[in-house]
Design a binder for this molecule. Sequence first.
Ligand code: 1SD
Ligand code: ZN
Length: 267
Amino acid sequence: VAWCYHLPSCDYTTWPTKIPHHCSGARQSPVNIVTADVQADPSLTTFSFTGFNDSSALLNIKNADGKSVMVSLDDSKMSVSGGGLSGLYKSKQFHLHWGNGSSSAGSEHTVNGKRYPMELHIVHMKSTHPSMTVALDDPTGLAVLGFFIEATNDSSTPEMWKNLTSFLLKISRKGDVVDIKNQITMDGLLKGVNRTRYYRYLGSLTTPSCDEAVVWTVFKDPIKVSQDLINLFSTSVYINTTAQPLITNNFRGVQALKGRVIKSQPS
Ligand code: 1SD
Ligand code: ZN
């Protein structure tokens, strides 16, 4: 089924009827995080990040189906554990959601209604699963780590974001892919971010088929990236193999909690 973010016939409000099996479920993502309603959970321990300092673990960058920009990760080198997760989750890819450049609204999750300019998702799969298909059938088969991106002045942008965004013009068309091995580390992209404070809830993929298989982690502390580099996402990559239209506003609207409670570490 063809889906999209904004065209009237396929925007995200149509997903529940077009892709009813999952997109109309009871634990959909993203959500608005109301900080006053967040409950303390002492089981939310510190994460262990493996391979986040390894530049050979970031394989290539791709215009992923005209929907986002995605970096493939070597799951034999990168993984996470701890963080209240049960066992080891291997890193598969990361991708981004953004706005339209002029507005500062592009994240999927919101905090007390605030939408950040961008959101980075690192998608992980439970290491015991042989494939994504199997993982999507497990209510905790995937762990996605979400990081907000906030606009800042040039001088405090981590150098790695200049490296990463330098590839965008080479993947402007749908399906374009460029090798980036040995050039970028995940730690470099997350430089300066406090990775010990986060929100936790059970949700779904934010794109069709919206499978309800995701343990969501949304870190409180944003990555700080300059507005100029943020704008490169909404001005460099196209939804098709032609030089228009651009991929913009590739975020789903927030979904009802339907009784879910968002947890965080006790303060
Ligand atoms: O939007 C992505 C989608 O592109 C794909 O990466 C999927 C995992 O296979 O995850 C969703 S999301 O929920 O991480 N946005
Ligand atoms: Zn995503």
